[in-house]
Unconditional design. Structure first.
Length: 318
């Protein structure tokens, strides 16, 4: 895909959910500049620049990658934007609108249709969610491939990832998605629940409004099992370890665990533990990125307390 192909894609795209919300963004690719504009429900990319618009500097490769699915435009917007002397509300709004419109361009088909209410509700807020479009696409595709009977998500928030998973379940005509979020009412004002309902997926989704350290052992005690589990709760290392500890016990052999925000040191400690010590899990490189890692459960945990003590003793000698 090249810049001309991107321009042609945007020209055909339907950004009508944002009709009446205009936005401008300069893209500085080093040797050339482009202008992204959202006007009256149409998103265009032209060879121009606009002095009053904020500027995003990025490489040609990264820009193309945003549309090829190997990079995430929302992350680029949040990480790479130029520090302006006064970041006005209109500039923040422009970023949010364009970011949301481009998400819809990349997530075409049934998933984009399910996410329309979500973007209409939250799309003009650039800080709407920390989950990337690439992660949402991965969850949707995994749920389509696995055709799971039950899926689990630790950290429900605005319902972005829940909509992706539940959309795949709805396409299969079976399956139930369970979310765990103690702050759904107190912090998120039940926006995740209402966004899922606006997508017509409330029949596929339920939310446990309890902390993970209470909800997860209860699910295990009830004999629940899952085929796809997404971990994106409290990112402190002890909470992430706790989430994995229970998730792997709730996961069927052949099922997949997806861990988000692996760029954080605390979360990465858990990921490295799984890589080094959990031979009952294999990584899935094709479903992993710089922010997300996926593991498939391939058997039972054969470690013993003695084997772990011996392993730790060897590491101390090193």
């Amino acid at each position: 895909m090249d810049i001309e192909a991107i321009a042609a894609t945007l020209k055909r795209a339907d950004a009508s959910p944002f009709k009446g919300s205009d936005g401008d963004l300069n893209i500085d690719l080093g040797d050339t500049k482009r202008l992204l504009q959202l006007r009256d429900g149409n998103c265009t990319l032209t060879e121009a620049s606009l002095g009053t618009a904020p500027t995003l500097r990025m490489s040609h490769q990264d820009f193309v990658g945003c549309f090829a699915g190997t990079h995430d435009f929302g992350v680029a917007l949040r990480k790479r934007r130029v520090h302006l002397e006064s970041a006005s509300e209109s500039i923040e709004r422009s970023y949010g609108i364009i970011d949301a419109a481009l998400d819809l361009v990349r997530l075409d088909g049934r998933l984009a249709a399910s996410l329309l209410p979500f973007y209409v509700s939250l799309g003009t807020n650039v800080r709407r969610t920390a989950i990337t479009t690439a992660t949402v696409r991965t969850l949707y595709e995994l749920a389509k491939e696995l055709a799971p009977a039950n899926t689990l998500e630790i950290g429900f928030a605005f319902g972005y990832s829940a909509i992706a998973i539940a959309t795949a379940l709805e396409e299969h005509g079976k399956g139930e998605h369970t979310g765990i979020d103690p702050f759904q009412a107190s912090h998120f004002d039940n926006r995740g629940i209402s966004n899922v309902a606006a997508a017509g997926l409330q029949g596929r989704t339920s939310v446990i409004v309890e902390p993970d350290y209470l909800a997860l052992p209860n699910l295990l005690r009830e004999g629940k099992t899952f085929q796809l589990i997404f971990i994106d709760g409290n990112h402190m290392v002890d909470f992430t370890f706790l989430d994995f500890f229970y998730a792997e016990r709730l996961l069927d052999v052949g099922g997949i665990i997806v861990i988000d925000d692996v760029h954080l040191d605390e979360v990465d400690q858990v990921v490295q533990f799984v890589h080094e010590r959990r031979t009952d899990f294999e990584p899935i490189p094709s479903r992993s990125s710089e922010r997300t890692v996926a593991f498939r459960k391939i058997g039972a945990d054969v470690r013993t307390e003695l084997s772990e003590c011996q392993y730790l003793a060897r590491r101390r000698r090193i």
